[in-house]
Design a protein around this ligand. Sequence first.
Ligand SMILES: N[C@@H](CCC(=O)N[C@@H](CS)C(=O)NCC(=O)O)C(=O)O
Length: 195
Amino acid sequence: MPHYKLTYFNFRGRAELIRYIFAYKNTEFEDCRIEYDNWPEHKSSIPFGKLPVLEIDGTVYYQSLAIGRYLARKAGLTGKTELDDLHIDAILDTIDDFVSHFPWYTDDKIEMKKYLDKNGPTVLSGLEKELGEKNWFAGDYVTWADFFWDICSDSIEFYVPGFAKDYPKLSALKERVQEVPEIAEWIKRRPETPY
Ligand SMILES: N[C@@H](CCC(=O)N[C@@H](CS)C(=O)NCC(=O)O)C(=O)O
């Protein structure tokens, strides 16, 4: 088993998908959390100056979704066919676009609500449609795209509670993810952080 060292800040953010995938497979990893105040002294030694990074046996890999895809494939959390993967990846990218443009750093609730009013309906109703009557985005089996929805929506929820309340299928998906036994167990034991 390789040695995995995940480095990120002390919040869920862009590292949580990687943590979920490790938790799902009960894979041991070093969960290194840098205090934001200490970040400037580390930044120049990190590829592209961004976290998270994952060290695998001492080699550093970057970009959370590239890392997530690699680990998800090993964990059996990707598609059963190449076309399933095309579908799942498109959903991940859609969620990623949505959260990447969310005005996190403004700390301004009005800006956040404005963003959600403008972009929420298209993205959230589109994702509901993708889900349809299925339990998971891929159909009858869980993938890392389901995890990503749960994690990203949780973070937005912290700032704008109830932002997806009009989308019952997405809410049910979130519950389903949090009921996956290994994920439920991780949620119980992970460090408590606001987002
Ligand atoms: N697309 C990259 C985004 C990485 C990113 O923007 N990381 C932020 C935290 S979420 C960061 O390192 N910010 C500190 C900085 O830019 O100095 C990924 O998914 O890994």
